[in-house]
Each structure stands twice: as structure tokens, then as C-alpha cells.
Design a protein around this ligand. Sequence first.
Ligand code: NAP
Length: 278
Amino acid sequence: MTLIDGRPLAAAIRGETEAGAAELRGRGLVPKLGALVATDDPATAWYVRSIAKAAEQVGIAVEQVTLEGASPDVAGTLEALSARGDVHGIICLTPLPEGLTLAGVAEHIAPAKDVDGASPLSLGRLAAGLPAFAPATAQAVMEILAHEQTPLNGAEAVVVGRSIVVGKPLSLLLLAEHATVTVCHSRTRDLPEVASRADVLVAAVGRPQLVGAGYVKEGAVVIDVGTNATEDGGLVGDVDTAAVEPVAAGVTPVPGGVGPVTTAILLRNVVTAARAAG
Ligand code: NAP
């Protein structure tokens, strides 16, 4: 079994991004990410700070727009950011105030600036095979599989989780690479049986260590998207890595697998969007 470390791949992507940002800055164009925050959730604040720090290191500016109050104008603010020439990428952090969904508000992000593929327009374009940003996490999974030279053409891929931010877009990306894709969710009957058909198994559930040895076919590649906080302040994935280790050909660790690649890709998308705008 190989532990698939995402950090060297993330570093390589950051290197590309830094070079791209430097080239744009040389032309007087500073790539900028607008980050809308409409919550006082400390985990969200921590996440935005970590993105801002990573962005700064590669030469990308981040402008945080914080909305307060019971009914902030999230849609209007996203439209205003979309209209600004100096903002090239936009993300809308969750959680959102009650009554709002990410998909509902994200349709107010211009598709060309939707660097985390949150808008239903981006998802629709992806489904139609048109150019679009996919959610960075889904892109990260694909990038890891490509880096590991995992064959996808004709392979059985099982994605556990059907969320609009991970499972659904990832299933479209796998399909575009000619995998035979099965998408599982909380109503799937006999999940271990379905999962153990997979050559490529992706867990994007949010249930600590749900995926054990009985879910994994001998020689499968297992990608763990899950990030579950532990009581001692740590992080654990959806895969029981120790149990899966003897069976799988490779498994991504949590932390240090999909997460760092996701952040690197989000920032690369900002440079791509800035380049297209300039
Ligand atoms: P989500 O919106 O809560 O979706 C979870 C999915 O898992 C749903 O489709 C749900 O089914 C399914 N599910 C729940 N319990 C299940 C079970 N026992 N068996 C089979 N399927 C089950 O979560 P998400 O936003 O997609 O995130 C999933 C995980 O990935 C979370 O741990 C999250 O923190 C993590 N994440 C990581 C990154 C990263 O960059 N590493 C980025 C985003 C998310 P139903 O649809 O039937 O409810």
C-alpha cells in the first residue's frame, strides 16, 4: 500500500501558480480573490485566513467582504463583486445565514469568476462538457488520480457522497475521463458491496472512518475527501486508513491528502481567471 501524500503535488501546483501570478503582476495585473463571509463561525474565519496566507505566498491578493446582520444581501454583494474589474475570482464561504443555500446564492457569481465551481451554471456547463471551473475539491481528486497515473478509462469508479460541492461534480469529471461511475449516498443499499466493486473509490461523506476494509477491493485506489474534527482538535477522514492499508493499492491520508491540493487548485484557478480577464 502506498500512502498518497498530497503535499508534494500541492507544492508543484503552487509553484506553477506563483510563476503565473508573477507574470501577470509583471504586466500590471494583480490577481485578486474576493471572499464573501456572512457568518461568525470561527472555523470559517480560520479557513479564510489560511486561504489568504497561502494566496499571499504565491502573489495573489485576497479581499474579504464580511456581511453582518440577520438578512445580509449576499446575492447583491456577489453580483457587485462579479462586476468589479479588479476581482478575478470569487468564493462564498459557508455556512450562510438561515434560508440561504450556496447553490442558490452562487448563481449570482459570474461563471468566469466562479473559481470554486459553486454556481449551478458552472455545474451545468460541466455536465454539458463546456469549459467551466469545477469545485476545487473535485478537481483536486482528479489531479491526484492523474498524478498517480491511475487508469480511469473503463475503470469502475465509486463516489460515496452526492453533494453539489463534491460528489456530483466529481462524478461528472470521472465520467468525462470514461470511468464507469456509481454515485452512492445515505440511501444506498449495501454500501460495502457497491464500494468494493471500485477500482477507484472516493469517500466524500463526512462520517469518521466509515470506509473500512470490507468496502475496498484488493488493489483499489482510495481517495479520502472527508474532514471530520476529532475531540482533541485533530482531523480524521472518512476512511479507516489502518484497516484499508493491507487491501488498497494506495490511499490518501487525512490530513495531508486532498486538502492541500484543493487549496492549491483554488489559487491556480484565480490565476487562470485573471489571465482570461486580462
Ligand atoms: P454533505 O453535503 O454533508 O454530503 C454528504 C454526502 O454523504 C451526502 O450525499 C449523503 O447522502 C452522504 N452520506 C451521509 N451519510 C452516509 C452514509 N452513512 N453512507 C453513505 N452515504 C452517506 O458533505 P460534503 O460537503 O460533500 O462533504 C463531505 C466530506 O468532505 C465532509 O467531511 C467535508 O468536510 C469534506 N470536504 C473536504 C474538502 C477538502 O478539500 N478536503 C472539501 C469539501 C468537503 P444524502 O445525499 O443521501 O444525504
